[in-house]
Design a protein around this ligand. Sequence first.
Ligand code: FAD
Ligand code: UDP
Length: 368
Amino acid sequence: MYDYLVVGSGLFGSTFAYEAAKHGKRVKVIEKRSHIAGNIYTENVEGINVHRYGAHIFHTSNREIWNYVNQFAEFNRYTNSPIANYKGEIYNLPFNMNTFNKLWGVVTPQEAKEKIEQQKKAAKIGLPTNLEEQAIALIGTDIYMRLIKGYTEKQWGQKAKDLPAFIIKRLPVRFTYDNNYFNDKYQGIPTGGYTQIVEKMLDSNLIDVEVGKDFFENKAEYIKSSPKIVYTGMIDQFFDYKYGTLEYRSLKFETETLDQENYQGNAVVNYTDAETPYTRIIEHKHFEFGNQPKTVITREYPQAWQKGDEPYYPVNNTKNNDLYMKYKELAESMPNVIFGGRLGMYKYYDMHQVIGAALVTAREEFNE
Ligand code: FAD
Ligand code: UDP
């Protein structure tokens, strides 16, 4: 009946389904949640597009991916400039001259570099082997203590000393007065939210979508139902955790509608101390420069992950990456199943990377 069964209607599954339909293939998409779009799902509340699963800002330096995603929505000029609230003091992010000036009173890049160099020397950091050392090597002890340590240890539920260095390398360090969180060429928020992108991707006579269907409720039947499967759920779950469980980090979102126009003056405020239980508060209207009379805010609480919880982040340390390689080997012995996306590939992928990976998969599949 179908050429492909796609498990999961997130960005990977939907991009693949769209490409498959373009090649005349019939696709069935099943989704265990009650709605499509995975973690980029947005819903309209009081005229505001609420990012139900955390703040999502699209950014890429790849023109092909930028043009691709712009087929499905118009993007605004939003530039992510989160601020950090450390015990009531506000600092600009990412780490840049505004941050250094507020913290140390330095004015020139040279002064900022000297300050960081002094702190790095005092901390005796050689080649960084973990997140703590990497952070101090990049921006010194003061910023590490105020803006990184508390946030990171809440976010990951582990000591920064035990975390891989690469996580912090996601953030730019700049010696200019530039509060843009990303270095990428292209950036924005789809006007009208993200859900429309996935709706348009799946809007084809060749694609059938069923929400509220969990692959594992009927795995054997689903496997028989089509010659090829694109699976975007957890790779360890697919193999019944045969080699053990990969670690994930989960989140709890607490959303409130407030009877006021402007709660915090910015889309994203990070709480970087160790005591505040949430890592950030999102005020959704600011992603689209909204001026509705009300506002919607979401507090994001990091959570330990246990089977059955939403696995928002893979924890890509050496132990988990090694375990993933074992699952990947098993996956390669099943040519009729393609494993894709953040959970299927167990990678801390952003949206542009997920689209890129899905396009590579589609090209291989359709011999382009
Ligand atoms: P998902 O969106 O997770 O989709 C997988 C889908 O599969 C889900 O809908 C799930 O319900 C479904 N599924 C799983 N198992 C089954 C099953 N057994 N049966 C049926 N269905 C199943 N990226 C950016 O580029 N910019 C950002 O600012 C950004 N912010 C983020 C903030 C947060 C809090 C998080 C968690 C992620 C963020 N990301 C961001 C990353 C972005 O969300 C991902 O790159 C992207 O959504 C991954 O798409 P996916 O299809 O791989 O996975
Ligand atoms: N981070 C931090 N302080 C901040 C923001 C981020 O220490 O105010 C660290 C933290 O370890 C986080 C990492 O930088 O996990 C990557 O941040 P990013 O904003 O990319 O995280 P995401 O949006 O993926 O949750």
